[in-house]
Structure formats: structure tokens, C-alpha cells
Ligand binder design. Structure first.
Ligand SMILES: Cc1cc2nc3c(=O)[nH]c(=O)nc-3n(C[C@H](O)[C@H](O)[C@H](O)COP(=O)(O)OP(=O)(O)OC[C@H]3O[C@@H](n4cnc5c(N)ncnc54)[C@H](O)[C@@H]3O)c2cc1C
Length: 394
């Protein structure tokens, strides 16, 4: 078959949360789309990362009629269990309206989104290799890739959605002088550890002079642990016994949720924003356009926000012949992204600076401690924090 003849309205590159959410929204709106994913279905469905769907994102799925099919997990309780210098100080955050947030492992959401998309007849092509994007500024961009038989295929479309993460091909296809990268490096990393261990609570975060530590539920049989550590070094420096010992030292108590460690990864903490989030008919979504430090639990939620905005904008152009929301896509998303980048940077500094003073000094540590106390003492500060956590601060 001459595959040059393939035409669609939107080609979505990448089937992470951004690409799959967008695909589902378009499919439900009767807009043709094809999703191209480099990895296999099994790989994508197993990839463990985020664990929190905030209230805004859960409501967005409800608005698109997908909540029941894709959002799972325990309700997100408005309590954070802080262990400060080895003592528990629970913090209950105030948010007028937090009924809908969920502790939902990212791979569960991804699996459900794939089932919904494929089940409704969506076109999702796994193991699509060597994707290239051409004619992005023209009326009909061309997307080529190599399929599982080794044949090169080509699709023309009106819109390309770059949902292929920080290292994908989409952003790399934009000429360097047409996009600006804004970034901040925090100077430390997280060792992230996944254990097959039933969580004994939803979340616990340690503030300690040895560094930050965190423990989060990832479903009924899995727990995710985080340890602040230097950028230098690798997972090899962290045999299992050292991980458990360090967690206990920072929490100041034995780790109840112990179990076999199934993965370890080093994640340097950074904040990154690319501006604009579009180039011609290419639109960037999720990690392809911005990275927030995982402390904020907002990366997945920002990706879902982008998908919501882009789906509505494409709908407006295709169904109502109004290109304005598409023209404003980048500005609309960037306003939201910078607002949440501000929250993510503040929360990351607060949780790390108030413990280990070796990065930013004792003055910054005192500032961070004062801000932490303000959260407990001030209803206004608490409520603002709560609104960001549940995603309702636009
Ligand atoms: C340890 C950790 C913890 C986190 N915790 C949270 C949290 O609690 N809450 C939260 O909201 N966020 C969290 N995040 C962030 C969140 O995981 C990401 O922001 C989210 O995955 C972004 O979704 P995405 O769809 O943009 O990108 P991705 O999920 O990275 O998906 C991109 C997809 O594109 C595919 N791809 C890449 N290149 C190509 C190509 N050339 N061709 C075709 N396909 C390609 C990839 O295989 C992948 O499937 C965490 C991240 C980490 C690392």
C-alpha cells in the first residue's frame, strides 16, 4: 500500500499521559487522530512514575465522560504526614473542594487510557521507530516513521501534537532560534526506589539534616520511596540495605512498609519551561514542554491540563472553524505552567532547605523553617497551599 496516502487530522507523537488523554478527548469528539509510540504496549503499561491525580485533572476526565473508566485509586486525603527532625507533625491542608483527587499510579492511568482509546476504536501504533516531522509550518505537516515490519510510513495531518517527553523528537524538530529554554537546577537529585511493599499510609515526608526523604503509596502492594542525594554518584552507590538504613535515619523510625526493591533511579531535580509551546502546526504538551520537580506531584497533572486545552482548541478549529484557541494554546498553557512552576519551586525549596543546610546555607534553612511554621499557623497560607495541591489554583 502506498502509505503516503494516509491522512488524518491530528498525529500524536507519544503515548504517555498527555498523548493518551489527548487521543481519547479527540476520539470522543469525532476528530481523527493517530498515536505513534516508540515503545511496546507492555513497556508503556509497566512504566512506574507519578502517583497523584489532582482534583482538577479528575474533574477534567469527568467533563470528558471518562472519569469512571480511567481514574482509579484511593481518594487523596488532605493530610500530609511530616516527620520533622524525627517527630511526626501531621499537616491537614485546607481546600474548599478536594473531593476528587486520587492516589492513582501513573501506569494504572496509562493502562486505562489505552484500554479506553483502543476499545473505542482509536488508532494507536506501538513500536513506531524513527519518527520525523516535516513541513511543520506548512498547511499539512508530514510525519514519517518506521513500522514493526521495517517499512517506512508517512501520514499527513493538520496538527502534530508533540507528547513525547523531554527527550522526544518533537521539541528537537523546532529550530533552536524559535524556542527559548528557561531552567533552574536545584543542585541535588532524588534516589527514587520502588518496593513491593503494602503502604501503611498514603504519604510521609521527612525533613532532616541528612536530607529529605519521602514515602508514598503506589497502589495496594507497592510503595515509592525518595531520598535526596548528591547529583554525583549512581544507583550503584545505594545497595538495598543502605537505602533502608538511610530512610530509617531520616524518618527517625523503622520503615514499616518494607519489601523487595524492584527498581532504583536517580532523578536530578530541575524546573524547565520551553517558550513558546508551539511551532507552526506543532504543539508541545507535557514533559516535552516543561518539567517540574517531582516534589510538587504536578508533572502528570500539567500534562493532562495541556491535553485538555489542546483538545478543546482543535475542536474549536475543526468543528467551529475558529482557530483562536489554537493560536492562543501556548500562551494559555504557559500561564498555568508558570503558576505551577512557582508553586513547585517554592515547595521543593521548603522541603529540602528546611532539612539539609549544606546546599543553600543556614540562613535559607531558617527562612524555610519559618515558611513551614506559617503553613501550620496561617489559614491563608494553608489554604493557598491546599489549592495548589488539589490543582484548583488556575
Ligand atoms: C520519579 C518521578 C515521580 C513523579 N511523580 C509525579 C507525581 O506524583 N505527580 C505528577 O503529576 N507527576 C509526577 N511525575 C512526573 C510525570 O511522571 C511526568 O510529568 C509525566 O509522565 C509526563 O507525561 P507525558 O505524557 O508528557 O510524558 P511521558 O509520560 O514521558 O510520555 C512520553 C511518551 O513518548 C514516547 N516517546 C518518546 N520519544 C518518542 C519518539 N521519538 N517517538 C514516539 N514516541 C516517543 C515515550 O516512550 C512515552 O511513552 C514524576 C516523575 C518522576 C520521574
Amino acid at each position: 500500500m502506498s502509505l503516503r496516502d494516509e491522512n488524518t487530522t491530528v498525529v500524536i507523537v507519544g503515548s504517555g499521559v498527555a498523548g493518551l488523554a489527548l487521543g481519547n478527548f479527540l476520539l470522543r469528539s469525532g476528530i481523527d487522530c493517530v498515536i505513534l509510540e516508540r515503545r511496546s504496549r507492555a513497556y508503556v503499561e509497566r512504566r512506574q512514575r507519578a502517583g497523584v491525580i489532582d482534583t482538577r485533572a479528575a474533574r477534567m476526565f469527568r467533563e470528558w465522560g471518562l472519569e469512571e473508566r480511567v481514574v482509579g485509586g484511593e481518594p487523596f486525603e488532605p493530610v500530609m504526614n511530616f516527620r520533622i527532625d524525627g517527630r511526626t507533625r501531621p499537616f491537614r491542608f485546607l481546600a474548599d473542594d478536594n473531593g476528587d483527587g486520587r492516589f492513582c499510579p501513573q501506569q494504572v492511568l496509562v493502562r486505562n487510557l489505552i484500554d479506553a482509546f483502543v476499545g473505542d476504536g482509536g488508532d494507536l501504533r506501538f513500536e513506531a521507530e524513527d519518527v520525523t516531522l516535516e513541513n511543520l509550518r506548512g498547511e499539512r505537516p508530514l510525519v514519517r516513521y518506521r513500522d514493526t515490519t521495517g517499512a517506512t510510513r508517512a501520514l499527513t495531518c493538520e496538527v502534530v501534537a508533540g507528547c513525547d517527553g523531554d527527550r522526544g523528537v518533537s521539541r528537537a524538530s523546532i529550530p533552536a532560534d524559535s524556542i527559548t529554554r528557561y531552567s533552574r537546577e536545584y543542585g541535588y537529585a532524588w534516589l527514587t526506589v520502588l518496593a513491593e511493599a503494602a503502604p501503611n499510609h498514603q504519604s510521609m515526608m521527612a525533613i532532616h539534616s541528612r536530607g529529605f526523604a519521602g514515602q508514598f503509596a503506589r497502589g495496594p502492594h507497592a510503595s515509592r520511596f525518595y531520598l535526596q542525594c548528591p547529583l554525583e554518584g549512581s544507583t550503584q552507590d545505594w545497595p538495598d540495605e543502605r537505602v533502608w538504613g538511610e530512610l530509617e535515619a531520616r524518618f527517625g523510625e523503622p520503615v514499616a512498609a518494607r519489601g523487595p526493591i524492584v527498581s532504583k533511579q536517580m532523578v536530578p531535580l530541575r524546573s524547565v519551561v520551553f517558550d513558546p509551546m508551539s511551532y507552526g502546526n506543532l504543539y508541545l504538551l507535557g514533559d516535552a514542554a516543561h518539567i517540574v520537580p517531582p516534589m510538587s506531584a504536578k508533572g502528570m497533572n500539567l500534562a493532562l491540563h495541556d491535553a485538555d486545552v489542546l483538545a478543546k482548541a482543535v475542536l474549536s478549529k475543526v468543528k467551529d472553524n475558529d482557530p483562536t484557541p489554537l493560536e492562543e494554546y501556548s500562551a494559555t498553557c504557559l500561564r498555568h505552567v508558570w503558576n505551577y512552576q512557582a508553586f513547585a519551586a517554592w515547595f521543593t525549596d521548603l522541603m529540602h532547605d528546611s532539612g539539609d543546610a549544606s546546599y543553600r546555607g543556614v540562613f535559607q534553612q531558617q527562612i524555610a523553617r519559618a515558611e513551614l511554621e506559617r503553613l501550620y499557623a496561617s489559614t491563608t497560607a494553608n489554604r493557598l497551599f491546599g489549592e495548589f495541591l488539589v490543582g484548583l489554583n488556575e
